[in-house]
Write a protein that binds this ligand. Sequence first.
Ligand code: C2O
Length: 558
Amino acid sequence: GITRHYTFNIMYQNVTRLCHTRSIISVNGRFPGPRLVAREGDRVVVKVVNHVSNNVTIHWHGVRQLTSGWADGPAYVTQCPIQTGQSYTYNFTITGQRGTLLWHAHISWLRSTLYGPIIIFPKRNESYPFRKPHKEIPILFGEWFNVDPETIINQALQTGAGPNVSDAYTINGFPGPLYNCSSQGEKPVNLIVRDIYKLKVKPGKTYLLRLINAALNDELFFSIANHTLTVVEADAVYVKPFNTDKLLITPGQTTNVLLKTKPYFPNATFLMEARPYFTGRGTFDNSTTAGILRYKRSSNLSSSEKLPLFKPTLPAINATNFVANFTRKFRSLASAKYPANVPLKVDKKFFFAVGLGTNPCPKNTTCQGPTNTTKFAASVNNVSFALPSIAILQSYFFGQNNGVYTADFPINPPIPFNYTGTPPNNTNVSNGTRTVVLPFNTSVELVLQDTSILGAESHPLHLHGYNFFVVGLGFGNYDPNNDPKKFNLVDPMERNTAGVPAGGWIAIRFFADNPGVWLMHCHLDVHTSWGLRMAWIVLDGPQPNQKLPPPPSDLPQC
Ligand code: C2O
């Protein structure tokens, strides 16, 4: 492979959406951010220079980071933040992966505007296991806030309330249906061409759409009117191709789909739409974003569309059955060339209950959580993860763990919840920076169960530094005696982010073959902020290439 150099200047940029102009934090003044392009086997070197007043880190979501844990990016986990005026150079090699991933800020809610695609082509003389597409197009979903998201989350954490929701979903940065700014602020008007993402295609061609959900807090359904999509890859892993006319993509997930255009010029405009899958309680952004699929013709798009317009049908907002059926369609290729190295023997089993809970409100204050004496919180096995003041990887590597973290993360929930029964009266969580230590190459089985304590809710769980195999998925209480009999150990989906179903569970397996400190968390940022995260410490292996090297000299200090 070759080395590819990038410079990411973190800087302010004025952006107008929904009639609101905000000075957003951007990379190089771009929104969404620039593409990172590499081939499998290449080294990627990104110098990140912080020109804004916020602390910043960047995470290369889904990149395995084999023995390069210092480049992973989650603030206070693998590095201290890059402070104003400072820079840090992320340096990593893309090993054994090809497809689509994303990069995003990994501190507070800066991900709302700091995100972009990672595009990994196969090695030079290798081809796709599907027909070469005519063109490849990244499609990024995001969320637009009229108010600075940092203000929103900081206020919410203070009051204990659920944070204000976004004002629109976006496709490649555009909210879609147009708003008439000249009259009363934000009034949807007829579809006109400004502020909407347009994909212009030719008839009779195959396009590879690289779908990326970079939204802060929402899992999204997506569909293109009158067109079928063929799923070929997810989280930079090839899958057995399958057709669908609608799909679900959770924050942190990426899905490559082939779009075969019609063999003629249809005299019509097709909408692509995305809107949330929501199972939680409280308010959420219940809007739909749209983009345009338009067949290229001699004529250009006019300011008001005259052609007949076709809209897709999306699943219902809480279509949990659709989600489960769709999820079960993903299968690894499990071929000679792309084998599925599923751990068949398990060294360590873990059972993690994930979900929402509460923290008590400080005395003599009124909070706006589920009650006025509680704040919203979230936990794994009832531990709400508190970020330390020094990066865990740093204190681990230099053997200075005193008071920074402990290695006593509970491997089972503190009380045997009945997930389908009455929730406990006491919904309070405990708070701490507790980790699990794994010897190198441990084969791990982890069952993630939705606690349903403040209502059943889906949680897209993301593991840093690894792909894992989703060997089982079910509803109700996980049954350790019978459910494992149904595990798929042949061609389960390999990915880095998987949804724990609302009121259900998933079982995942992986080999802990990457030394370092690896965060695992719900990729809905509100849940992460509330503490639905934990960290694994994976010890060095015996071989030199199984050890974490010392940090680069420019590693930021806290
Ligand atoms: Cu995409 Cu820990 O994040």
